[in-house]
Structure formats: C-alpha cells, structure tokens
Design a protein around this ligand. Structure first.
Ligand code: SAM
Length: 292
C-alpha cells in the first residue's frame, strides 16, 4: 500500500499547530513543515484510507485559515524520509559548513566541514542563533589565529556540541561544552567522535559553576536573554584577559539591556551580527574587557 501526501497551507503558526494536532489524531504517518511562497505549508503523509478524515478534521479545526489540497500518491517510504528534506548543508560562517551525514557538501579548500545529524539536542546549524554564534566565533578565531596557539573555548548550553565542535574545526585547540539537559552531552560526544574531534573536546552535564574560573580565550553561550542574564558574572570570570565572550540567542530588541548588563560586568561590545528568521531579528554579540 502506498501513502498519500496532503498539502495544507495555513495562514499562521497557530493554525499550523492545530492542523498538525488534528492530522495526527486522524491518522497521519508523518508531517513536514515547509515555507512555501512566503506562507506556511504542512505536508501531511498518510495512508490513502485516512486522507478524507484528515481533510475533514483540518476543515473542522481551522476552517478558512487552512487550504487543503487534494491528496497525491507518494511511494510508501517517502513520508519516513521526508523529515530529511530541507535539512541541507548550511554555510554557517565564512569558513565553516555544517551538514547532516546524509547530505554531501560541496568541497571547498578554505572551508571546514562539520557533520551534525538532527537529534534530541538543539544545534544543527539550521537556526539563525547557531549560525550567528558560529559567525562571531569564526571571526574571533581568525583574529586569534596569529596570536594564540591552540585557543581554548568554553561553550555554555552546548546542545549538540555544534559551537564547541565548530570552534575546534575552525582552529581552536580545544573546547569544553556543558549543558543542564542530560541528553546534550552524550549527543555532543557522539558528534565529536563522528568528526574525529573527541580528543580535543570535552562535554559534561552540569552548570557553569562546575567549570574552574580558569581563563578561556573564547566563551560562547547561545541562550535567550532571560537565561543568560544571571550567568553574565560567571561567564565574564571565565574569559581570559584578552579573550572574548560571544552571546547569541538574543533578539535585536534585547540589544540595549544586554549592552548595559555587559557593561555592569566590565565588558563592552566589540562586534555584533544579526539575521532575520521567521519574523524575528536574531542578534549575536561579541564582548571584551573594557580598557580603561
Ligand atoms: C538554544 S540551545 C543552543 C544549542 C547550541 N549551543 C547551538 O548554538 O545550537 C540552548 C541550550 O542551552 C541549555 N541551557 C539552558 N540554560 C542553561 C544553563 N543555565 N546552563 C547550561 N545550559 C543551559 C539548553 O538545555 C539547550 O541545550
């Protein structure tokens, strides 16, 4: 028996969530979200016998906020592989490509490649906050390259380990990554092994306080403002005299308050980068010790 794909265009994210919930309930096998012609489209994969029930459930749940296309047949296994679609290789920074293992990246002599498969921990390079952090790490490491042999990096809220491992792939000597989520460190270690970086990285489950306040050349944290604000004194304490702190996961509306909080711990903004994604303007900031 083959499967069918039903494309459901929705007006907004809330309608998308409702369509998703009622489609699962009506027997969907898989659901993929894609952005199509500026709007959101859910591709619902289902057995042909469930197609009518899914269309009816969507109409009942969101009415005019969704347009349900006629089902079209797809080979049986397509829905189970469909989640891979859209997971392309990402040029995350000028010198780094992040790719899933099932996507080939075009080789470029001046670019390192990091393989990260989607797992339970955050961080495949497909979110703007991850890319922005990698861009600022890339720039900071390029500057450090001539001055420091084997820069040390601390990644706070490491998730998949993508920032720690990306930094090492970009030339850092070693990286330590930590996360409160017990799922993260094992995934980060597995990603380190996949990339042959196990010997230059260390990941553990625990808080920032578990890291000696020994200096790191780069400290990076991709956390939303509410999460990072209480950590700022501890982050600052772990940055070496000439080192840098890279914060990502911020919104452009956070800029003034984050600058003020950084200033309160003796850091000033030396570089920033922004990227728009999904209606949000994401912001990353590099900060260094204020020279008096
Ligand atoms: C947005 S994800 C970033 C993952 C990855 N570093 C990236 O840039 O793609 C934030 C991660 O920080 C972790 N986290 C949140 N608060 C934390 C804290 N206070 N200390 C350590 N990890 C934290 C979460 O569990 C999550 O894995």
């Amino acid at each position: 028996m083959g499967s069918v794909r039903i494309d459901v265009r929705v007006d907004d994210a809330e309608a998308g969530e409702l369509v998703s919930a009622c489609s699962w309930e009506a027997g969907a096998l898989g659901i993929e979200e894609v952005t199509a012609e500026g709007g959101l489209c859910l591709r619902v994969y289902a057995p042909p016998a469930r197609a009518d029930a899914i269309a009816a459930a969507c109409a009942a749940e969101v009415g005019g906020r969704a347009r349900v296309a006629a089902p079209r047949p797809v080979p049986e296994q397509d829905w189970s592989l469909a989640w891979r679609q859209g997971l392309e290789a990402v040029v995350a920074s000028p010198r780094l490509v992040v790719r899933p293992s099932f996507v080939e990246a075009v080789a470029a002599p001046d670019r390192a490649v990091l393989v990260v498969d989607p797992g339970q921990a955050f961080g495949t390079g497909h979110h703007a906050s991850t890319r922005l952090a990698l861009r600022l790490l890339d720039a900071a490491l390029a500057e450090l390259g001539g001055r420091i042999d084997g820069a040390r990096v601390l990644d706070v809220g490491t998730g998949s380990g993508v920032l720690a491992l990306g930094a090492v792939a970009l030339g850092a000597g070693s990286a330590v990554g930590l996360d409160l989520d017990p799922l993260a460190a094992p995934e980060a270690r597995a990603n380190a092994r996949t990339n042959g970086l196990g010997g230059r990285s260390h990941f553990f489950t625990g808080p920032l306080e578990a890291v000696d306040a020994a200096p790191f050349d780069l400290v990076v944290a991709n956390l939303i403002r509410r999460e990072v604000a209480p950590l700022l004194p501890g982050l600052e304490a772990r940055v070496s005299t000439c080192g840098a702190l890279v914060l990502s996961g911020l919104l452009d509306t956070d800029r003034a308050s984050v600058e003020a909080s950084l200033s309160a711990v003796g850091l000033r903004v030396t570089r920033s980068a922004e990227e728009r994604e999904g209606g949000d303007a994401w912001l990353a900031i590099e900060a260094r010790r204020a020279v008096t």
